[in-house]
Design a protein around this ligand. Structure first.
Ligand SMILES: C[S@@+](CC[C@H](N)C(=O)[O-])C[C@H]1O[C@@H](n2cnc3c(N)ncnc32)[C@H](O)[C@@H]1O
Length: 226
């Protein structure tokens, strides 16, 4: 009974995490900007972003990470790409000041065909989006293409196979059921090792991952260099 009552709201949430649209999409975009903030700060900490770098956030949603990254790139440049027009508009609103100074840009585009030239970024990140990509290897190949030689890619997720032997209360109550539901909906739920393999197959070197198994449904951040 509860499952049936929850099915519709869950579907609405899943649809709007995958590709936010309309009024519900705008709501979820704003919600994600709050809910993904600590995961994003954790990801950025591992990226080691420097002033003057050029950084691209793929699947940037409402632009919260773009905003945080642009504070670190200073005199550099931060860009966001998303295939949802609602999210592009929201990210533009959230980054007005940086855009006015030509230090930030948000473009409409797909991870499978990034709207940037070869070798144009020092860092490419993707936060809470990789599992939605229909062809993840294609997305990684694109990240590789737009990175400068020596540039760094990072893929960060809050739901993974890293949730471990000592599950938190949230993981015990929701964990497996939510993960299985997501897989049935076509999401790729990966371990840190899976991500490392995918990055290596895409031509990156020195792939590694860090994790926080007890956070959400297993935070993981995989990093590698071109
Ligand atoms: C769960 S949201 C995460 C947004 C943001 N990165 C964050 O952490 O708050 C996933 C985002 O990825 C975007 N996305 C999914 N597939 C994409 C694709 N193939 N190309 C570009 N963006 C994509 C969605 O539109 C959505 O904004």
């Amino acid at each position: 009974m509860i499952g049936t009552l929850l099915a519709k709201p869950l579907e609405l949430m899943e649809d709007n995490l995958r590709r936010p649209a309309g009024r519900a999409g705008r709501f979820f975009g704003n919600l994600m900007a709050v809910q993904h903030r600590s995961l994003t700060l954790w990801a950025i900490e591992h990226m080691d972003v420097r002033s003057r770098q050029r950084v691209l956030d793929v699947g940037c949603g409402g632009g919260m990470a773009v905003n945080l990254l642009s504070r670190r790139t200073g005199q550099g440049f931060t860009a966001g790409v998303d295939y949802s027009m609602e999210m592009v508009e929201q990210a533009v609103r959230r980054n007005r000041a940086g855009i006015a100074r030509s230090r930030v840009e948000v473009r409409h585009g797909d991870c499978a065909a990034l709207p940037y030239e070869d070798s144009s970024f020092d860092q490419v990140c993707a936060i809470e989006t990789f599992y939605f990509w229909p062809d993840p290897q294609r997305g990684l190949a694109e990240a590789h293409r737009v990175l400068k030689p020596g540039g760094q890619v990072s893929i960060t997720l809050e739901m993974s196979r890293e949730a471990g032997d000592d599950p938190s209360l949230v993981q015990r109550v929701f964990g497996r059921r939510f993960t299985e539901r997501s897989e049935r909906a076509g999401l790729h739920i990966l371990s840190g090792d899976d991500l490392v393999d995918s990055l290596t197959k895409a031509g990156f070197r020195d792939a590694r991952f860090v994790s926080q198994p007890r956070r959400s449904l297993g935070w993981v951040c995989a990093l590698a260099h071109k």
